[in-house]
Write a protein that binds this ligand. Structure first.
Ligand SMILES: NC(=O)c1ccc[n+]([C@@H]2O[C@H](COP(=O)([O-])OP(=O)(O)OC[C@H]3O[C@@H](n4cnc5c(N)ncnc54)[C@H](O)[C@@H]3O)[C@@H](O)[C@H]2O)c1
Length: 336
């Protein structure tokens, strides 16, 4: 990045948007932040920042993000969205926010970049939910994405546009297919995968929670494998995404599956027990939810990380236990 970088984050009031803004404040190349969300986001201390409340399904509000006193952003992190279960249950809203509003921001970025002659870097958070149906044992960059849910379909449609806008030089796109991020702090999200965090987070906070997979600690359903990454590694990779030269990406696509690790729901619970003892497990109830199980088990759980690692992206080391330990420290410090 140049010495003076104006960075726009959409969805800046959300989990990853807030964590990204905090990380960017500590990054010396950040000069100004433009933080946008449908709910006015908080501005962090330590950097010039503007908070904008905007509904990005409205094109004129999306255009406004490129007309602030800071000028046209050099980097756009496009993070706003409706999560997987929300998009599945309210199809029209999911389509509007996860596709129409991404297209609106892309078009604003395209027009602004055409005026300055500098196409903004456009970093988009896609998801492993673009995959579904019959899949190979290990997903590779050649695996065709055939989503089996509204959220994955919307993400894939955005990816197609971002690749095309990049090919035409309207923007400089970087599409990050994220694993499920665990442990997510705060209240449960409207994501089908939300329980993967809740079964760690809530017991560590001394709160009862329901695991929607299986009916007891010995259920075979707990062998469901998932593909995850920690928030810390993910945010580190978000910063890297803006630094990788566009020439480093494979010529025909800007898609990268960010590195992750495979864990089963049972392994998550074993890590919880190792870090917080048997009493943490006693705070769990089980109630199998068929819709949840169907969607999560349609997602792939094993990926070939080598392309992402060759670009410089990082992977969590040491499995689930360090992730749970890290979150426990945050809980003990009153930060989660
Ligand atoms: N967290 C994960 O495990 C995960 C995994 C894969 C992909 N992703 C993607 O990463 C991105 C960030 O995820 P997150 O976990 O921070 O989600 P989040 O739900 O915490 O944040 C999304 C934000 O988007 C905002 N938003 C919704 N509609 C809007 C609109 N019309 N205009 C402006 N803002 C609007 C919400 O208010 C919210 O603050 C999303 O695009 C998500 O799909 C997340």
């Amino acid at each position: 990045m140049s010495d003076r970088t104006v960075i726009l984050i959409t969805g800046a009031g959300g989990f990853l948007g807030r964590a990204l803004a905090e990380a960017l404040v500590k990054d010396p190349s950040t000069s100004h932040l433009v933080l946008v969300d449908i709910v006015e986001p908080k501005t962090p201390h330590g950097v010039d920042a503007i908070a904008i409340k905007a509904d990005l399904t409205d094109q004129s509000q999306a255009d406004g993000l490129f007309q602030t006193p800071y000028g046209v952003p050099d980097v756009v992190y496009c993070l706003h969205g409706i999560m997987s279960r929300g998009a599945e249950d309210n199809f029209d809203l999911g389509l509007k926010v996860n596709f129409d509003a991404v297209r609106a921001v892309l078009d604003s970025a395209r027009r602004a970049g055409a005026k300055t002659g500098r196409p903004p870097k456009f970093i988009f958070t896609s998801s492993l939910a673009v995959y579904g149906g019959p899949l190979p044992e290990v997903v590779t960059p050649d695996t065709i994405a055939t989503p089996q849910g509204a959220y994955g379909a919307e993400k894939l449609m955005c990816e197609v546009l971002i690749n095309e806008y990049s090919r035409r030089g309207f923007i400089d796109g970087r599409i990050l297919r994220l694993p499920t991020i665990v442990v997510r702090p705060g209240p449960p999200a409207a994501a089908t995968s939300s329980f993967l965090s809740a079964i760690i987070r809530e017991p560590l906070k001394g709160v009862r929670t329901t695991c929607p997979i299986g009916n007891s600690l010995s259920s075979p359903e707990l062998d469901l494998a998932v593909w995850i990454a920690s928030p810390e590694t993910t945010i580190h990779n978000f910063l890297l995404a803006a630094r990788i030269p566009s020439s480093s990406f494979t010529s025909h696509t800007r898609v990268v599956c960010l590195p992750g690790i495979t864990v089963t729901v049972r392994e998550e619970l074993q890590a919880l027990e190792e870090v917080a003892g048997k009493e943490a497990l006693e705070l769990l109830e089980f109630q199998n939810d068929e819709t949840n199980h169907r969607i999560v088990s349609s997602w792939p759980a094993r990926f070939d990380n080598s392309y992402a690692l060759s670009l410089g992206f990082q992977v969590d080391k040491g499995g689930m236990v360090p992730i749970v330990e890290h979150f426990k420290k945050a809980v003990d410090a009153g930060l989660a």
